[in-house]
Design a binder for this molecule. Sequence first.
Ligand code: SAM
Ligand code: DTB
Ligand code: SF4
Length: 363
Amino acid sequence: MALKHDWTKEEILEIYNKPFMELLYEAATIHRQHHDPNTVQVSTLLSIKTGGCPEDCGYCPQAARYHTDLEGNDLMSVNQVKAQALRAKASGSSRVCMGAAWRNVKDGEEFDNVLEMVRTINKLDMEVCCTLGMLTENQAQRLAEAGLYAYNHNLDSSEEYYKKVISTRGYQDRLDTIGNVRKTNVTVCSGGIIGMGESEADRAGMLVALSTLNPQPESVPINALVPVEGTPLEEQKPVPIWDMIRMVATTRIVMPETQVRLSAGRTQMSREGQAMCFFAGANSIFAGDKLLTTPNPDVNEDMEMFKMLGLNPQKAFEKKSQPESVDAENSKYKSQGEKPKWTRPAHKIDRNLEAQQKAKTKA
Ligand code: SAM
Ligand code: DTB
Ligand code: SF4
C-alpha cells in the first residue's frame, strides 16, 4: 500500500487519543506488516565533540550559555573514534552515531577529520550516522562520498513550540538541512523530544512535519526529555510512560516503514514500559551506558531485556546496502568555502534568558 504523505494534525491527534488498547492493536498490526516484530536495531552514540555549543536549545546540557556540570571536549581523534566503534561493534551495535555540539558544519580541518572518521567506521562494516548541526548540500555530498549511512537532524517539536525552546535558529533551517541530506544517498534520521512542556497538538504537529516529508525519514528517534540541572527545562516533570507509548504508536501508524527509535529517557522507564513501546512499533534503541552526555541503561541490562523479550539485534545494512567510502585523495567534492546564512531569529524566550542569567551569577 502506498504511504500517506498528507497527514493532518487533526487526523494524528485522533490517532494519538484513541482508546489505549485500540491504539496499541492498530500500531502493532501495522508494525507487523512492515517489519519483523522480533528485530530491534541497536545504535551506539559517541559524543565526538562535547559542550561549548553556541546555540540556546532549552533542553540541552551542551549549550555553553547554561551552567551545567558538563566537562567539554575538543574533537576526538580518528584513532579514539575507531577504538570506540570497535567496542560498540563487539557489544552488538550495528550503528555508530557521532554527535558534535556544533550549530553547523564548517569546512576545514575538523570536518576533514569527521570525514575520515566516517570512512574508518564504514570500513569496519558498521552503519555510520552523524549529527553535526546544519549542513549545506556540498557538505552532505562529501559525507555521502565518505560512506555515511544516516544523518540525524531532529525537528524536535512542532514549528510553533520550537520557537519556545530555541531562538538561535529557525525550523526552516532544520527542514533545509534535511532537504540537503535528501539530495544524497544518505538516509534521514529525524525525530524529537516529548516532555518539554509541549501540548498534544504540538506532538501531533511534529509528526505532521515528519510524515509529510516525501520520502518519510528512514528513522525517527522519539526522545523523552532528560531534564538536566542548569538548563531552562531542568524542572520539567518526567514524561509519563503512557505518553511515550502513545507517541511511539502514533509515529508507527503514520510512518509505517520508518524505524522508530526509543531514544533518550530509557533509564526512567521500566522494562514493562519499554516492552510496550516495542509492541507499539519501536524497533531501534541507543545502547551503551551513556547517550551523548547523560546516562543510559547498561548494555548487559539491555541484552538481558532483549533475551527476556525474544528480541534480536538487527544486522548492519539489512535495510539498505553498505555505501562505498571514497578516500580523501580521490574525492570529487572540494570544500567550497561557503558561508551559509543560517537564520538567527533571536526572539525572546524568558525561561532561556533566566537560565542564562542564573548561569552568569554562578560563574
Ligand atoms: N548539535 C547538533 C544538533 O543540535 O542538531 C547535534 C547534537 S544534538 C545534542 C542532537 C539531539 O539530541 C537534539 O536534537 C535533541 O533531540 C537531543 N537532545 C539533546 N538534549 C536532550 C535532552 N536533555 N533530552 C532529550 N534529548 C536531548
Ligand atoms: C537523538 O534523537 N537522540 C540522541 C541522538 N539523536 C543524537 C541524543 C540524545 C541526547 C540526550 C542528552 C544527552 O545525553 O546529552
Ligand atoms: Fe548545540 Fe545541538 Fe545542544 Fe542545541 S542540541 S545546544 S545545537 S549541541
